[in-house]
Design a protein around this ligand. Structure first.
Ligand SMILES: Nc1nc2c(c(=O)[nH]1)N[C@H]1C(S)=C(S)[C@@H](COP(=O)(O)OP(=O)(O)OC[C@H]3O[C@@H](n4cnc5c(=O)[nH]c(N)nc54)[C@H](O)[C@@H]3O)O[C@H]1N2
Ligand SMILES: Nc1nc2c(c(=O)[nH]1)N[C@H]1C(S)=C(S)[C@@H](COP(=O)(O)OP(=O)(O)OC[C@H]3O[C@@H](n4cnc5c(=O)[nH]c(N)nc54)[C@H](O)[C@@H]3O)O[C@H]1N2
Ligand SMILES: [Mo]
Length: 725
């Protein structure tokens, strides 16, 4: 970035960066506009007589303490809920401090946007490999055949697959004689790059993949390390038996010969990988589809082999890479259940489906106070109107965000996030899923102003308030005590690289760095590339910081069996949920299908519900329209620009249609993140072009049975011509 007097003049691609190769996303390019946006929050705002007015930070923290602590004392720990949204994942200073918030809050009411997103992917990884972070990634730079199912990385930049510049990578596959196959009811930008596009019927991926797996099983699974780690798979013959290419072809709208050909090709191509995302994890059979994708990768001989579906080895230690392999005792779901509906916890979270009822329903453990961080669930969760009613009945709500948004406007107190330019970043979350082993440290560009609080301080002050230690305690001492604890735990683990070492020695070594960098250094050094605090030759924080274009740690490498953390020490394929879901899938295959189903789409110049306040991101391709197949529209006498009413059992919305050949007949699509008309000021540009909230059509009763993740793709909808313009 070129910066002059706190203002970003220019964002310059870094062609030396081994991960991005100099690709810059249009949203990254406008970081200066976000930073300079006059609507961006700059001081804490307290709601008095219905309006948010600036107050000082000291007063803000005192308020939080005065309101939260009595609620905890009177109603118990679960009475304070925490919701963490997508914005936190992109920010080390938030994400890297979350563990302080969680451990000190001690509440079962922890929610994230993950249960409207990727949780089925992580839970299936936990069940199969023993860790939620063991997510197979297509080895894009070496594969010769890539299947992309229900994902649009050309617009999304990849998800659970960090791949800046996906378009270049996909073109490279084709240039080296490989093939890209996109399986998506929409002919997305990714599908336009593909060698072959299958416009599958929404929700049919399970049936399609079960038929592929069945075909592979009959052709005999490819022998390799991964297959050997699965043990006896003969039970699959009866599980998959109903799913032949012929039996599923109609339901999938893919003919039987194509299914057989694709399965064979997958088996015969040496470097091939199956990858899927949002269209696979927020649909009717999410967890089953994820399970099937991994199964297909295994049966075709592609799991954990070069050019296939591989696991990252991130620099930042993760549970599957810290020393030797030992089973993870927490790799189960349902460690506790929600109070009202009894839904199981997964990944220490309750599903968002529980949030409104846990606020509304009286009794011990009812949520009386809510803290939201970098989130906008009023837009991003199903049934927004119910959540709005629930939020307005809270005794106290605090939100931490860059903007006043549709959710934070309900907060009694909103804390402003600091300018991104004032903080270093290390994308610890995203590098766990990067197509190369890689790490990049980005230093801060400027010092914070007197009124700008770093995320670290805000997070630690909140954690100290939760812990009952007061709003003005010593955050450094607090953080260092927690770090010392972590060191103690790590040296107490026999499998650790630093097992049995001296706490003080490790702690003092970290003390050479500024306090906010010590844990980052710790995590690097106990990880697979770290120096184990002198126990081996390896990396320390300084090495990462010195690599100004990012530290390249090479292509993905095979990680089995050491990656496994299951109790069996094997890849666990046999799970009851999968068998039950296959039965439900069989019924679905045989059922009549609705006339129209709704799917989502992501937009290049948007990021879920935000970035809509940035004028230069307004664009012809970023409109909140209902895309409808041209022939379907013509049959109903509709043309682009007409308004229709779209309804489900949950609600109805009026929206302008855009007719297109690029969506399958019987499928319509709406982007999510819109519906700013309920904003009571706060974002002047967003209000000029509010769009409609697609989640008015979705409800909490439709969930993935295993993880209770919301279903937002493949909704049956009715479409009626609207009387209004
Ligand atoms: N520009 C931009 N980038 C983003 C975001 C953004 O809002 N804008 N959001 C970020 C976030 S939070 C995420 S999680 C990622 C998501 O990243 P992706 O998953 O890559 O993106 P989506 O556009 O959600 O892709 C989902 C695709 O699934 C298809 N689909 C829907 N239902 C089905 C189905 O039943 N079967 C099949 N096969 N396909 C189906 C849809 O047509 C759509 O093309 O993107 C991230 N990146
Ligand atoms: N129907 C439907 N619903 C969906 C989806 C869909 O495809 N269809 N997609 C789902 C998915 S994948 C996701 S991830 C969710 C996303 O939904 P949410 O997680 O609720 O969040 P976003 O809309 O991404 O909003 C993020 C908020 O974080 C703030 N923010 C950004 N950066 C920072 C920061 O550094 N600090 C702080 N404090 N705040 C920050 C932004 O201002 C914004 O208000 O939506 C889900 N909902
Ligand atoms: Mo997401």
């Amino acid at each position: 970035m070129e910066i002059e007097k706190d203002r970003v003049l220019n964002v310059i691609p870094d062609r030396e960066d081994p991960l991005s190769g100099g690709f810059v996303c249009p949203k990254g390019a406008v970081i200066g506009e976000v930073d300079a946006d006059p609507d961006r929050l700059r001081t804490p705002m307290l709601k008095t007589n219905g309006c948010h007015r600036p107050i000082s930070w000291d007063d803000a923290f005192s308020q939080i303490e005065e309101r939260i602590v009595p609620i905890q004392k009177e109603h118990g720990r679960d009475a304070v809920g925490l919701y963490v949204g997508n914005g936190a994942a992109h920010n080390y200073n938030l994400h890297g401090n979350l563990h302080h918030l969680l451990s000190n809050l001690g509440s079962q009411n922890f929610y994230t946007s993950g249960t409207v997103d990727q949780v089925p992917r992580q839970v299936v990884s936990m069940l199969m490999y023993g860790s939620e972070l063991s997510v197979p990634l297509p080895d894009l730079d070496r594969c010769q055949l890539l299947w992309v199912i229900g994902a649009n990385p050309a617009e999304s930049n990849g998800s659970m697959l960090t791949t800046p510049g996906f378009v270049g990578r996909a073109n490279a596959i084709r240039r080296r004689g490989g093939r890209v196959i996109v399986i998506d009811p929409q002919r997305t930008r990714t599908a336009q790059l593909a060698s072959e596009h299958l416009a599958i019927r929404p929700s049919a991926d399970g049936a399609f993949l079960a038929a592929v797996a069945n075909t592979l099983l009959k052709q005999k699974p490819v022998e390799n390390n991964a297959l050997r780690l699965c043990g006896d798979l003969t039970f699959l013959e009866s599980w998959l038996e109903p799913f032949t290419p012929e039996n599923v072809a109609d339901a999938c709208r893919v003919d039987a010969e194509t299914i057989t050909r694709l399965a064979t090709e997958l088996r015969e191509t040496e470097k091939a990988a199956v990858y899927g995302r949002m269209g696979t994890t927020t649909q009717a059979f999410s967890s089953l589809v994820v399970w099937l994708m991994d199964l297909v990768n295994i049966l075709a001989g592609n799991l954990d082999v070069e050019g296939g579906a591989m696991f990252a080895t991130p620099l930042f230690a993760q549970e599957n890479s810290m020393g030797d392999r030992v089973p993870s005792p927490t790799a189960v779901i349902g460690k506790w259940r929600s109070r009202v509906s009894g839904l199981p916890e997964a990944l220490h979270q309750l599903p968002v489906a529980c949030l409104p009822e846990e606020i509304e329903t009286p009794g011990q453990g009812q949520i009386k106070a809510l803290v939201t961080i970098a989130a906008n669930p009023v837009i991003s969760n199903p049934d927004p109107n119910r959540l709005r009613r629930a939020l307005s009945q809270l005794e106290f709500m605090v939100s931490y965000d860059t903007y006043i948004n549709e959710t934070t406007q309900y907060a009694d107190l909103i804390l402003p996030s600091p300018s991104r330019l004032t903080q270093f970043n290390y994308d610890s979350w995203f590098y766990q899923f990067a197509v190369r082993n890689y790490g990049r440290y980005t230093p801060a560009y400027r010092a914070p102003h007197a009124d700008e609080k770093p995320d670290r301080e805000v997070s630690l002050r909140l954690a100290m308030i939760f812990a009952g230690l007061g709003a003005d305690g010593d955050i450094d001492a607090f953080e260092m005590a927690a770090l010392r604890n972590e060191i103690e735990n790590e040296i107490g683990r026999p499998a650790s690289e630093i097992s049995g070492r001296d706490v003080e020695e490790i702690f003092n070594d970290l003390s050479r760095l500024p306090i906010e960098l010590r844990r980052l250094d710790f995590m690097f050094r106990i990880g697979p590339f770290g120096d184990g605090f002198g126990s081996k030759h390896g990396i320390r924080f300084e090495d990462v910081a010195a690599a100004s274009s990012g530290l390249d740690l090479g292509p993905l490498v095979p990680r089995l069996p050491n990656l496994l953390r299951t109790a069996s020490g094997q890849i666990d394929i046999r799970h009851e949920f999968a068998q039950e879901e296959l039965r439900r899938l069989k019924e679905w295959v045989d059922k009549d299908k609705p006339r129209y189903v709704l799917v989502g789409r992501r937009q290049l110049r948007s990021n879920n519900s935000w970035m809509h306040n940035i004028s230069s991101l307004r664009h012809a391709t970023r409109q909140c329209t209902l895309r409808m197949n041209s022939d379907d529209a013509a049959q109903s006498g509709l043309k682009s620009g007409d308004f229709v009413t779209v309804s489900t059992e949950h609600g109805s919305i009026k929206v302008r249609i855009e007719t297109t050949e690029s969506i399958a007949s019987g499928v319509v699509s709406l982007p999510h993140g819109w519906g700013h008309e309920t904003l009571d000021g706060g974002q002047r540009v967003s209000l000029q072009d509010p769009g409609v909230n697609v989640n008015q059509l979705t409800g909490h009763n439709r969930r993935d049975p295993l993880t209770n993740t919301a279903i937002v793709n493949g909704y049956a909808v009715q479409i009626a011509t609207s009387q209004c313009e």
